[in-house]
Design a protein around this ligand. Structure first.
Ligand code: FES
Length: 118
């Protein structure tokens, strides 16, 4: 089972292959945002990697990060937990002024992933 550490929170075991956004929310119990419901459109699910950053990314993640000029962040809705990871949750419901974190992301990566190199 991969281990997930969100900086400042307890390390937790995560089901292999689980979406990182869901692991942060459900397993690490951290109030990560996911305003577009996990569809690689909003970037509110962004995290900074401290350790274990995946070398591959979905084409959707690459496109939206490039379009927004976002560097040194990854989209947790586009990442699956298949190895140990340590992240910093930099986009959370607390302090966001939003009424809720966003629609519940599906269990699988959406849109259907095309994997590319980072
Ligand atoms: S980009 Fe919107 S939840 Fe990930």
């Amino acid at each position: 089972m991969p281990k997930l550490t969100v900086e400042g929170f307890e390390t937790v075991d995560v089901e292999d292959g689980k979406r990182l956004v869901l692991a942060i929310e459900e397993d690490a119990k951290v109030d990560v945002l996911h305003a577009c419901g996990g569809n690689a459109r909003c970037t509110t699910c962004r995290v900074e990697f401290i350790d274990g950053e995946p070398v591959r990314m979905t084409a959707a993640e690459k496109a939206v990060l490039q379009a927004k000029g976002a560097t040194n962040v990854r989209l947790s809705c586009q990442i699956v937990c298949d190895h140990d990871m340590t992240v910093r949750a930099i986009s959370r419901l607390a302090g966001s002024g939003r009424p809720d974190p966003g629609g519940k992301p599906a269990p699988e990566v959406t849109p259907p992933p095309q994997w590319v190199d980072k």
